[in-house]
Structure formats: structure tokens, C-alpha cells
Ligand binder design. Sequence first.
Ligand SMILES: *[C@@H]1O[C@H](CO)[C@@H](O)[C@H](O)[C@H]1NC(C)=O
Ligand SMILES: *[C@@H]1O[C@H](CO)[C@@H](O)[C@H](O)[C@H]1NC(C)=O
Ligand SMILES: [Cu+2]
Length: 231
Amino acid sequence: MLAPVVALLALASQALAHYTFPDLVVGGAKSADWVNIRRTNNYNTQAPVTDVKSADFRCYTSETQATATTATVAAGSQLGIWADQAVYHPGVVNVYMAKAPSGTDVASWDGSGNVWFKVYQISAVTDGGKTISWPAQNQAGYTFTVPKNLPSGQYLVRIEQIALHVAQTFGGAQFYISCGQINVTGGGSGTPGPLVAIPGVYTGNEPGILININYPIPANYTQPGPAVWSG
Ligand SMILES: *[C@@H]1O[C@H](CO)[C@@H](O)[C@H](O)[C@H]1NC(C)=O
Ligand SMILES: *[C@@H]1O[C@H](CO)[C@@H](O)[C@H](O)[C@H]1NC(C)=O
Ligand SMILES: [Cu+2]
């Protein structure tokens, strides 16, 4: 008679197991779920992407084929990307953006090509091997500044939280991904870069992706991806 209990526990731990990023926070106001962010395949399962070469590594919408309502965001202002529950896996965060080609509505753009640059990251804190800590852990979401010199126009904004609790084997790192659509106004004349393709930016063998975070405690941590462009 243990079976139903075990099944229930399994369900409960599955429900607890993961998270999604369904909300943008613009001007301090949080959107409803999946309004400004393209609904991801995992909106029910919350399951992560683990194949960094898969098409779903970009926006995770192969099944939903979702687009979103584009939010207006002033350059230089704060933009938040919020999760459906606390991001409790230890790991790091990267936020990338990509500008839709001129004349193309971002709602009908897939973000292909060498077009993505990093605007924000939260890494690990190390001290030579005594301890390692994860400032991105146990957060409800993340807020960053849209670079002041970013040219005005329509962009995809993509978050990835890289959960590293079982990342000691290849493909073990879990990527929690979402793409929002924003229309940047009042921007500048900066040239964002370095530009990367997504997928393409990672192989899965990076020291910050294929890593045992538990033992021995890493003495240092290398954030995956290009440098942040801050404008
Ligand atoms: C983006 O903002 C510009 C400037 O306010 C506006 O002209 C344009 O219609 C907006 N586009 C979208 C898709 O919101
Ligand atoms: C720590 O630094 C060394 C030397 O630069 C490097 O080889 C190693 O990959 C780094 N470890 C991590 C986890 O980033
Ligand atoms: Cu999980």
C-alpha cells in the first residue's frame, strides 16, 4: 500500500523540482504570466533544457510556437524577469538580447543568427576553494538595467538560469530559459557585442557548465558566454 504514497511524493517533488520565467517587470509592474514572454514548452512540466545545441536552447517554444505582446521599455530603465516560484537550484544567470532586423516585427522573428549579446549576469562567488556561493539562488526574479546606449527598436530578451546541482556529468546542467519581447525607446547609438548565436554559444564542455560544485569545492568559477555589454 505504499505505492500511492510513493507516487504522490514523486508528483510533489516533480512539482517542486523546477521553475519557469513567465513574467516581465516593467516600470515596477509585473505582467501576467506569458503575456510579454513567449510561453515555453515546459509551462506545465517546468522541465529544463539540457541540450545546449538544440533548437529549443534559444527560446524553448518548439511545441507552443508562441509569440508574445511586445512591452515598451525605456533604455536606461530597470527590467525584471520573474520566475513562477523561487529559483532554488544553485547556479548562475545570464541575460542576452538580440535586435530584430529593421523592418521586422520582433513578434515574427525567431532570433536566428549571430545576433545575441549579453546584458547581465550573476556569477558564483568563490574564495579559492573554501566556500562557493550562488547569489542568484533563492531569488523570485532578476532585475537589470537596459543599457542606456542601446539603439531603440524591438528586441528579444532571453534569460537563462543555469542550475548546476547535477552538472558534474556532460548534459547534467539544467537551463531554465525564457524569451520576452521588448520595444526599447529613447535609446542611444551604441554597438552591442560581442555577438553570438544561440544555440552555438556553448558546447556543454565549458568549465562553468560541466562542473562538480560540491566536491572538491571549486576554487574559482568561469561564467559561461561572452562578456557583458553594458553600453
Ligand atoms: C516602439 O516604440 C516606438 C517609439 O515609441 C513606436 O513608434 C513603435 O510603434 C513601437 N513599436 C512597437 C511594436 O511597440
Ligand atoms: C579555474 O581557473 C583555471 C585556471 O584559469 C581554469 O583552468 C578552470 O577551468 C577554472 N575553473 C572553473 C570552474 O571555472
Ligand atoms: Cu529542478
